[in-house]
Design a binder for this molecule. Structure first.
Ligand code: KG4
Ligand code: ZN
Length: 314
């Protein structure tokens, strides 16, 4: 990786307590040119020396996807280079392999982000099997909603994490939903509701204990199901990715559980865990190396699937 630049809109959207699609796309348009200039300056690479241009084609907000893909297509046409449409979830999925000598290897992957919570078996690059996913809220979404309930600033995830460090994770016994469902599905909306119903019953808000106890419930289910998935698929490597993989307690407990189970754990560095373009560039580079490119007619797909999509692509 030569350079990675992220134009975060967190400060803009925190005033609304969440992402406002129209505001997001307008600011993408505004941020695009400066961020391209920044990454070129940081890498010392000229646009004319870029081998290919890639962008996320989904899943995500349509109006934001359109801006990124249009820009990448425009650059591809202008510089007569290939264009690659990349699945955002594949970016997360493969990000733990970015820094490894071996590259992409067979593994069980847990992707935990603001929009997704899924367990995927990686057989090889492009060969993925969905083991299970959330039936309602994503893990990051649960962190953000509970953070909001507790009056913490947006996004809740990192703030709950910080607050939980001084808390007692055993003070409140929140439900470990679907822990024994016998499959690899997740559910987090009941946990969020449990927090909501508890709050009016408390005389004061023991914020650190609430955060630590909520976080522990999320982490316990994520860790337990991931280790079980590795056992069921006989995989020896666990790849953890997505914004929630920055969570300190998740990292700590996943590390301990994998060590106890004799599993090798790969976690993307924090800068490659929350949304970034480097992970998209990594997937694009791997695909380009096998001769794969996308037609300029490739459209965005706000609901792009990781597994069905790639199966269709062969
Ligand atoms: O992968 P990501 O940057 O964007 C999506 O594709 O969704 O993930 C963002 C999510 C947010 O829900 C955010 O609250 C959560 O990741 N997150 C965290 C932490 N850092 C980010 N959740 C818990 N603990 C953290 N330290
Ligand atoms: Zn993401």
């Amino acid at each position: 990786m030569l350079a990675s630049e992220v134009a975060s809109q967190i400060a803009i959207h925190s005033a609304y307590g969440g992402v406002v699609p129209e505001v997001a796309s307008r600011n993408h348009l505004r941020a695009l040119k400066p961020v391209i200039e920044r990454v070129l300056a940081a890498s010392g690479v000229a646009l004319a020396d870029v081998a290919a241009f890639a962008a996320t084609s989904g899943p995500g907000l349509a109006t934001s996807l359109m801006i990124g893909t249009s820009a990448a297509k425009g650059l591809a046409v202008g510089f007569r280079r290939p264009y690659l449409a990349i699945n955002h979830m594949e970016g997360h999925l493969l990000s733990p392999f970015f820094d490894t000598v071996e590259g992409v290897r067979p593994a069980v992957a847990l992707i935990v982000s603001g929009g997704h919570t899924m367990l995927v078996e990686i057989e090889a690059m492009g060969k993925y099997r969905l083991l299970g996913q959330t039936v309602d809220d994503a893990a990051g979404e649960a962190f953000d909603k509970v953070g909001k309930l507790l009056g913490l600033p947006y996004p809740g995830g990192p703030n709950v994490d910080r607050m939980a460090r001084q808390g007692d994770p055993r003070r409140f016994d929140f439900p470990r939903s679907m822990l024994d469902s016998g499959d690899f599905a997740f559910s987090f909306s009941g946990l969020k509701t449990a927090v909501r119903y508890l709050l009016p019953k408390l005389a004061e808000l023991p914020l650190p204990d609430l955060c630590a106890s909520f976080q522990e419930a999320v982490v316990d289910v994520l860790v337990e199901k991931t280790v079980r998935a590795a056992r069921a698929t006989r995989q020896r490597v666990v790849a953890l990715s997505g914004g929630v993989s920055c969570n300190s307690r998740l990292r700590e407990k996943m590390r301990a559980a994998c060590a106890a189970a004799g599993l090798e754990l790969l976690i993307a560095p924090p800068a490659l865990s929350t949304d970034n373009a480097a992970m998209i560039g990594y997937v694009a580079a791997l695909r380009l190396a096998t001769g794969e490119t996308s037609p300029l007619t490739a459209d965005i797909d706000p609901n792009l699937r990781l597994v069905a999509d790639l199966r269709a692509a062969g």
